[in-house]
Write a protein that binds this ligand. Sequence first.
Ligand code: NAD
Length: 482
Amino acid sequence: MKTRFGHWIGGEEVTTRSWLDNINPSDTRERIGEYAFGDATDVNDAVAAARAAFPAWSKSAPQLRHDILRRASDEVFARKTELGHLLASEEGKTLPEAIGEVGRAAQVLAFTAAEALRLDGRKFAGLAGDSEIDVTREPLGVVGIVTPWNFPIAIPAWKIAPALAAGNTVVFKPSELVPGSAWMLVDILQRAGLPKGVLNLVIGAGAAGGALAGHADVAALSFTGSLDTGRKVGMAGIASTPMKKLQLELGGKNPLVVLDDADLELAVECALNGAFYSTGQRCTASSRLIVTDGIRERFVARLIERLERLKIGHALADGTDIGPVVSAAQWQKDLDYIDIGKREGARLRFGGAALERATPGHYLQPALFTDVTPGMRIAREEIFGPVAVVQAARDYDEALALSNDTEFGLTAGICTNNLKHANHFRRNAHAGVVKVNLGTSGLDYHVPFGGLSNSSYGPREQGHDALDFYTTTKTAYTRCEL
Ligand code: NAD
């Protein structure tokens, strides 16, 4: 069985000077594999390969691009249990969640395959009446893609697929914590028929990502990760010559508002799923629960009853609801924030303890704080773990104000049976995605995804809108009569 995995550069799997252990967070004794650990040298090689492949790929037939993405989708779907097993082993989400994510990646590949056939343009009459104007979508060149660890196959799929469908070539740097799913996705796409150098993989950490962000031959960079890293990537992309087109998908501190008239069970379900499933490690997690006075104590009591029943354990074990935290560093960060919350004067109403299980892993009991005021760090900063805060609001107006009191703006949800408040919230919540009587997490792949303020920078991802980032327009005039 293969245990060492190299980069993919110019259609070949290449080895490297340094290697990285891919460790299972459910059982830290288990090494999933040894993966190449690259730096700027590997990035330079990968960019050169992508640059050489661009002229032919950018002129390739849309049908060819479609067929390759479609074949890759079919293989990902057919192997979703095996790939889900790998994903759950390296990231720590439960097996059903991981298989679901792999299925999503397959759907994204299939949807985007068809996008290759739908690359559209527009036609105008010249205003002087003597010309016709064609506005066409053009690929950008070499696109750099840098991804986080929390969706190890879905995020790479929803960036790589539209980049390729539009005729770009790609250098992809996944998170160093989850190289296994990334390697498999690239392997599948290569075998689906991509010409050499069209898609390149460099596994590595910040140094490799930074080299990509500053590389002069990279025309555009799509990044998903934290706000702090995103800022650095953005600065490097703008400082490089020529300046890069940038898409930065960043953090969130997403509010779920629960009003007095909400269906209690539905609201608790939305909160439980949104705040704690996938170990709370979702950019769209409902980490702030803003609850009005008339329902708050009932809501908190019921949420705690549900939290008590959750099974926290090995990601692959039957019946596990919540897997481990992804890494020792993230686990420590979550615990630190739980401490900060207590010191700030918030009341820890449930959980927050490190847990021991049969296997050594980064297990953490989900934590719920109440008595949280808007200035507290646990109410303002993204924790990115199974930690949620309940904030008190007198009425809808105060709930909306609290909801919008954030530097982020990714998703926002409201649970209410009041049409007036639901509609008002839909229009006035400061977020790129708004949900009414639904959890803040989860989005279909055929609609645009992205946030406001410090949650996003640049064009939206997913759906048909994804092509806005991966293409530019060319405006071409032709004289009508000579
Ligand atoms: P991170 O910022 O630590 O790392 C993201 C990626 O950037 C990784 O591949 C990492 O190796 C790379 N990187 C690190 N330093 C770099 C540098 N100086 N230059 C270039 N690249 C560098 O984020 P993470 O911990 O992997 O992911 C969690 C974050 O991602 C959370 O903030 C979460 O909200 C966010 N996220 C956002 C979305 C979204 O769509 N908005 C989706 C998923 C996750």
